[in-house]
Design a protein around this ligand. Structure first.
Ligand SMILES: NC(=O)C1=CN([C@@H]2O[C@H](COP(=O)(O)OP(=O)(O)OC[C@H]3O[C@@H](n4cnc5c(N)ncnc54)[C@H](OP(=O)(O)O)[C@@H]3O)[C@@H](O)[C@H]2O)C=CC1
Ligand SMILES: O=C1O[C@H](COP(=O)(O)O)[C@@H](O)[C@H](O)[C@H]1O
Length: 579
């Protein structure tokens, strides 16, 4: 039997190395739990500097109890009810609260399976579904297997792995506000954990009005006694500053900040992760990253479908809360932050908060809101937003918004950051566009005609679909004479990296398991984000600003063009489809 992880610590080499086998063991000595196979990364330290699945100093458990639990677990080896006799390390149970719901089926279970398939999960993991719907373990397994459409589908041994995964999935039904039902869940978890050191991760995949009930019941009745307990909280984190701080206050009655993992799945997207790598590990970009060279930055999100099926939820939030205040603002903060002291979560989050706190209050005149209306095209008709039966008639909720934001600090003074987010537009896309300044005294300006904007360099990070980073440059068309052409230096991920890109939820789940908080939102970041958007949202709502209507499947309201033009900007996504 391999030895188990003791309370010794090893220090992280790098976040990116979590599946590599290079160890940098520091005192006290690393106790190896080496065993053959892919799971070597589970002997490695996580990116928070602790052994994977160990407790962080913030998880509320003294090292002595970890040691005690570990020695206890040695004597109970084999009591975990899986056939694998080589089990090592602490147990991990992941309880998906709201297991019957859309997000659980669509994203969470598939992500867990993908992690399992690729050997990222610890040996002793279990998945529990919890919801009010009555289901047996087998029914949950059928539900999971039916909806497990994930990137792994076509891979070798997928079915075999799936069977093994499903054997680790269990269900417990109960009410979200019943301490008794969470006590029952706790009994089931303890039975499965077999007395070993156990860590527990809860994923709140439920509507926000029941977050606090669940956290109260889980924390009082079903938290880990000897390991860590962490809770992933899904958005929305409130609707404005007041409700958000109330939510934080309530959660903090039962959890410490370090136990709360506020998820913003855009931070888990490959290209968003890559933003800092591009900037801080290439000499060529960072010197350009300021008002001196950058004319404007555009952060664009569009979906080619409406709120179909989620109109009830959406109408209470609207596109500004649904996409801008979180996903796009997070990207902006990462894009604009100063170089952090290190890659440690707190260093990065400190820099992001500074950006958010330096932002100029949003003015209504710098914002355009829109709502899609029904449209017929090619003999097919597409419903308007208010045609959705779950949306109140006459709703003014915006399904589109564009905004010009400014960061009043030395680096970004005067540079417009334009955001655009919309549903039911002509395409599905998310991208970051950086438009550089004109070349001063450009020797070739005669070759560009009068429109110098067309000749400026533009760096595009296409977050989705078809991830890519490309830089628009001017180039001489080969041949005699002097004709210039706008070309792309193009890093198309699917050509360069044939492996499929993991879903954002995979990365974020793994990070939460590892205790890596870098990609989760800290409460002061959240406060700063709401402080920026709350006055604007209140003004839009109090003044009952009517959204500009745009046809389903169009490029959005024309007001967005006027807004950009007022700031001397042209939206970069409005050229041809591939631009
Ligand atoms: N779906 C998505 O694409 C995304 C969702 N989110 C967020 O994730 C969370 C879950 O989303 P999603 O799965 O779509 O949500 P659902 O509406 O599907 O709800 C999840 C589960 O919660 C229970 N539930 C639903 N409504 C209530 C209610 N009023 N009171 C008590 N329980 C209820 C139901 O389970 P049961 O009846 O069995 O108890 C349901 O299966 C939400 O916070 C959402 O905002 C975030 C990003 C995207
Ligand atoms: O958070 C949300 O994101 C989805 C879009 O996510 P993506 O990963 O598919 O781009 C959006 O549809 C939804 O309205 C919003 O709540």
């Amino acid at each position: 039997m391999a030895s188990i992880l003791g309370p010794s610590l090893s220090i992280v080499t790098s976040y990116a190395f979590r599946n590599e086998t290079t160890l940098v063991a520091h005192s006290p000595v690393w106790i190896s739990c080496a065993r053959p196979g892919n799971r070597n990364h589970f002997q490695l330290k996580s990116s928070n500097g602790l052994p994977l699945n160990a407790l962080s100093s913030n998880d509320g458990l003294a090292a002595s109890s970890l040691a005690m639990a570990d020695s206890k677990s040695q004597s109970l080896e084999g009591s975990f009810p899986l056939s694998d006799s080589e089990l090592t390390g602490p147990n991990l149970t992941i309880t998906v609260v709201g297991a019957s719901g859309d997000l659980a089926k669509k994203k969470i279970f598939p992500a867990l399976f993908a992690l399992y398939y690729e050997d990222w999960l610890p040996e002793n993991f279990l998945v529990f579904g919890f919801a009010r719907t009555k289901m047996t373990n087998d029914e949950l397994r059928i539900m999971i297997s039916k909806t497990l459409t994930c990137r792994i589908d076509k891979r070798e041994n997928c079915e075999d792995k799936m069977d093994k995964f499903l054997k680790r999935c269990f269900y417990h039904y109960g009410q979200y506000n019943s301490e008794e039902h969470f006590s029952e869940l706790d009994s089931k978890l303890r039975e499965k954990e077999g007395g070993k050191l156990s860590n527990r991760l809860y994923y709140l995949s439920i509507p926000p009005n029941i977050f606090v009930d669940v956290v109260r019941c889980a924390s009082l009745k079903a938290s880990s006694k000897d390991g860590w307990t962490r809770v992933i909280v899904e958005k929305p984190f409130g609707r404005d500053s007041e409700s958000s701080s109330e939510l934080t206050k309530c959660l903090k009655q039962y959890l410490t900040e370090d136990q709360i993992f506020r998820i913003d799945h855009y931070l888990g997207k490959e290209l968003v992760e890559n933003l800092s790598v591009l900037r801080f590990s290439n000499l060529v970009f960072e010197p350009l990253w300021s008002r001196n060279y950058i004319r404007n930055v555009q952060i664009i999100f569009s979906e080619d479908f409406g709120t179909e099926g989620r109109g009830g939820y959406f109408d209470n939030y609207g596109i500004i809360r649904d996409i801008m205040q979180n996903h796009l603002l997070q990207i902006l903060a990462l894009f604009a932050m100063e170089t952090p002291v290190s890659l440690a979560a707190e260093d990065i989050r400190n820099e992001k908060v500074k950006v958010l706190r330096s932002m100029r209050p949003l003015q209504l005149e710098n914002v355009v809101v829109g709502q899609y209306k029904g449209h017929s095209k090619g003999g097919k008709s597409y419903p308007g937003y208010t045609d959705d039966p779950t949306v109140p008639k006459g709703s003014l909720t915006p399904t589109f918004a564009a905004a010009a934001l400014f960061i009043d600090n030395a680096r970004w003074d005067g540079v417009p950051f334009l955001m655009k987010a919309g549903k039911a537009l002509h395409t599905k896309r998310a991208e970051i566009r950086v438009q550089f300044r004109h070349v001063p005294g450009n020797l070739y300006k005669r070759n560009f005609g009068t429109d110098l904007d067309k000749a400026t360099n533009e760096l595009v990070l296409r977050v989705q679909p078809d991830e890519a980073i490309y830089l628009k440059i001017n180039n001489k068309v080969p041949g005699l004479g002097m004709r210039l052409d706008r070309s792309d230096l193009n890093l198309l991920f699917r050509s360069r990296y044939p492996r499929e890109i993991p879903d954002a939820y995979e990365r974020l789940l793994l990070d939460a398991i590892e205790g890596e908080r870098r990609l989760f939102i800290r409460s002061d970041e959240l406060d700063a984000a709401w402080a920026l958007f709350t006055p604007l949202l209140k003004e839009i709502e109090n003044k009952k600003i009517a959204p500009e209507l745009y046809p389903y499947g169009s490029r959005g309201p024309v007001g967005a063009h006027y807004l950009a033009a007022r700031h001397n900007v042209r939206w970069g996504d409005l050229g041809n489809e591939d631009s």
